[in-house]
Structure formats: C-alpha cells, structure tokens
Design a protein around this ligand. Sequence first.
Ligand SMILES: NC(=O)c1ccc[n+]([C@@H]2O[C@H](COP(=O)([O-])OP(=O)(O)OC[C@H]3O[C@@H](n4cnc5c(N)ncnc54)[C@H](O)[C@@H]3O)[C@@H](O)[C@H]2O)c1
Ligand SMILES: N[C@@H](CCC=O)C(=O)O
Length: 528
Amino acid sequence: MAAESTFKLTYATMFNPPEELHHKFEAALAQVRANLGKEHAMIIDGQDVYADEKFEDRNPANTDQVLGIFQKGNAGHAQRALAAARKAFPMWSRMKWQDRVALVRKAADLIDQRIYEMGVVVAMEVGKNRMEALGDVAETADLFRYACDRMEASNGFITEMGRDPLVGFESTNLSVLRPYGVWVVISPFNFPCALTGGPTAAALVTGNTVVIKPATDTPWTSRLIAECLRDAGIPDGVFNYVTGPGSTLGQALIDSPEVDGITFTGSYDVGMKIFRDFAQGRWVRPTILELGGKNPAIVSRNADLEDAAVGIVRSAFGLQGQKCSACSRVYIEEPVYDQLVQRLVELTEKLTIGDPTDRKVYLGPVVNRSSYKDYQQFCEELSQHGKILTGGRVLTEGEYAKGYFCTPTLVVDLPAEHHLWKQEMFVPITTIAAVRNLEEAMQRANDVQYGLTAGFYGSPEEAEWFFDHIQAGVTYANRPQGATTGAWPGYQPFGGWKGSGSSGKNAGGVHYLQLYMHEQIQTRVRRI
Ligand SMILES: NC(=O)c1ccc[n+]([C@@H]2O[C@H](COP(=O)([O-])OP(=O)(O)OC[C@H]3O[C@@H](n4cnc5c(N)ncnc54)[C@H](O)[C@@H]3O)[C@@H](O)[C@H]2O)c1
Ligand SMILES: N[C@@H](CCC=O)C(=O)O
C-alpha cells in the first residue's frame, strides 16, 4: 500500500479507503478479467510442473466463469516437492540469516507491488469483498516483514548464555535456534494469501525449506505468492508449490517421513486427523495447528449499543461468516436485549450482497456448493428449533442466479442445549441469546470445544473481568471495527486455545518464529 502513503490498510481501517485505491482495483480487475481461464503449473525445484490430471478453479459469484485450470497433483508430486526441499535445505539453512531476511523482505515488496492484481484474484476466487481481499494481501506482506523484523530483533535467535564458573578454563555458551528441515504448509480457502504466506515466511526466514499446499478452492492466490517468492530470488527448491486434493496430495505430504514440521490451518476435524497421522512418525515432530472457532460476543447492560451492533454485524457477516474468527454467537444482558437485537436486524438488512469485486458490495457468495448446501440445511434446522429474525434464504434470481449467494441470518430463541450453539457453521448465520447476567454469558461463551476469538462490550471494569475469564486466544473489548474479527500482525497476533490451536503462541506475534526452530546449546571450552 505504498502509494496511499497516509493510509495504512488493515482490517480495522478498511472501511474508509482513499478513492485512489478503488481506481487501482478497477484497473487490475480489467486486467485480470482479460486473463481468465489460463492453465497454471505447480512449482517444484524452481520448475513449472504439470500433472496429467487438472481441475478447474471457478468463480463462486458466477460458476460459469472458469478462473484458471490447475494441476491435480498426486503422491508422486508430493514426493518430488519434498525431495527438492530436502536437497535445498543444507544451503538455505546455512545461509546467513540476514541474507534470508533480505530475500523474504524482497518478496514482501513484490507482494505490495502486485497487491491490486492479487486482491482481485482473492476476491474472485474466494468471494471476498474488495477491501477484505486487499486486506488479505496486505496482511501477507506485513506477515513477511514482521517475521523479518523478529529475526532481527532477536539477533537471529543467537543468545549468549552464562559462562561456566571453571578455574583454568574459559567456557562460553551460546543458545542457537536452528531450523528443523523440510516444512509443509497446508492452508484453508478463506485467507488464501495470509494463511499460506504467513507460515511460509516464518518457516523460510528461520531457515526451513517449504512445500506449500493450498485449498483446492483457492489455488491461484497461492500461485501468485509462489511467484513473488520465486521472483525475489529465493533459490530453487527452497519453496515448492503443489496443488491438488487434501485427501490425496495433502495426505501424501502428511504421511511422508521426509517432513520435519507442519503448519496446518483449517477445520478441527481435518486438523485432528493430521495431528494423529503425523504422530505416526519415528519421533515427535512440530505440528502447528490453527483450527476452527465458535466465537462469542458478550454485551453488558452498560455497553455502548451502537458500537456493539456495528462490531457484531461486521464480525458476523464479513466474508459471509467464513472467518475462523467470525462472531457466530451473541449473548446479551436482558435489559438491553430488545434494543440491541432490533439494531442488529436493521444493520444486517442494510448489508449489500452481490459480486464482491463491486465496490458497493459487502457480502459476496459462499465459497462452494458444499457451503451453499450447508447454509440451507442449517437454516432449515434453525427455523424448526429457533426463530430466524432476518435472512434464512438463498438468492437465486437475476445477478444471483449463477452464484452461491446466501442472506445474512440472525437467529433467536434457539434452545441453549441445541448443537448449533457449539458447532462451527462457517456460513453467514449468527445465533443470539438473552442472558440474566454476565456470569451466565461467560459460562455459555466458554462452554464449547473452541477458544479462538471473543468480543465484549461494557464498562472498563467489566472488560477486565472479561479478559480474565474468557477462554480465547484473541480477545477484544468495545471494538466497533469488529467484535471478534480483524486481527493484524504486530497488533493482534492470532491464535487459539483449546480446540482452536495447538501451539499456544499466536501468529504475527513475538513468540511465533521460535516454533519453527529447535534449540542447540553450543559450549566452547579452552584452557587458559
Ligand atoms: N485458526 C485459524 O487461524 C484459522 C484460520 C482460517 C481458517 N480456519 C479454519 O479453517 C476451516 C475452513 O477452511 P477449509 O474449509 O479450507 O478447511 P479444511 O480443513 O477443509 O481444509 C484445509 C486444508 O486442508 C487440506 N486437507 C483436507 N484434508 C486433508 C488431509 N487428509 N491431509 C492433508 N490436508 C488435507 C485441504 O485441501 C485444505 O488445503 C474453518 O474450520 C476455519 O475455522 C482456521
Ligand atoms: N485475521 C483474521 C482471522 C483469520 C481466520 O480466518 C481475523 O482476525 O479476522
């Protein structure tokens, strides 16, 4: 975002962008549209690699539109990519860390240079509105730079320790964090840029070599990240990009003894399977899992209700509720329940739905037919067991006829024991309940297997109580920019507790890079 020098794009600032940003997005949109339907290769050992089988990447806003043709990589491609990464590891890991930092920074600059093109691809591939799409790309460049900054701030993680109190000897001790080896990054569809690029940058800057496998709904965005890494001059084999189904290609990566560590971001069920499968190796290998969420907002009788309403609606329906951090549950103290619910409905009904590349649109389509069907089934069930206040239907006429468009949905009167209070739906549906007091809200908020993000609206004293009691890795108080969403590297490092994540250290934070390295103590003794 260098051109808009006074404007720093983050998920919290994206609501009033400068006009210039829209002009540049429009220009990039025209260019990308003129280049749809092309075939894209995998990248293994620096070479474009084609598979016998292919798959189509289609636009969820208009499923007639083929965005690109991608390679259906198989177990053989997984082995080739891992072998290339293994071969490159000695050179890359022994390179001065300052040189690795320089290359990763250069890749960040290239991402910035291509931000509009990449933003358009994210919007078309995922269905993100244009500001969310540009945010995903800008976040990626910031994650790259943050990883570089942490490497520098930590002196490459080389730390002088105490000297042994020996008579007649000088004994110096160094703690050196060193890379593990070959790292696999498996990413989800919803943040195809940041959640592919962020772990990749962390793994690379710390000296690991990488194999990237994106979600099958979003292979194009990751191809563009891979191009930025390649064009920055990162040597052949240091990163490799393969595409294909998780159940075959992804599983082959997980099952390989050639993998030294993995970062998986995706659903709880797939993540737990990967965790168990990966544990079948000969020793314990680092497994960073970033999983689902069922993120609550709690609203006290002392809250600023307008801030609460705006923040909840943004977090419930940004990216069509398909953020791990989406606000999918709301607990409101009884005295302000009616007033807040009325305002939530008003704001929800004002949201614009349509082609997400259009600047006026807030909600695009959900990502694929499976999510579209899920939405319809959830709405059917919720209408039987609760009351749908607004939404609850898909749009199928006119401009919506060829896409997966779902109306943003608010539900009340769902019994507290209903399973949809606990299950991640990952579509634009939020359930709302009245609570007698904040203790009841907190008990219900924590009574799920997840612990990713949470939001609170109330007095400053109540907010401190909230932080102290909520079981979640990213927590916000009194934030109209987003009740539970909108974390940014360096500001809100992102990660979850309980079933939402394995490492307990958040991405884009001060403790993250260390997850990609193991410690070696080097003791050097000489007689004096
Ligand atoms: N905690 C976080 O930071 C975070 C961020 C974004 C999304 N998510 C979660 O991701 C989910 C949505 O993304 P999704 O639908 O793409 O998730 P998903 O679990 O369906 O897929 C994620 C990735 O895993 C791959 N995969 C599937 N089966 C595999 C297997 N057997 N072996 C190896 N790889 C396999 C997929 O191809 C994809 O690349 C939600 O649950 C969301 O909460 C979490
Ligand atoms: N950075 C995102 C979370 C990514 C998960 O899907 C947010 O905070 O909204």
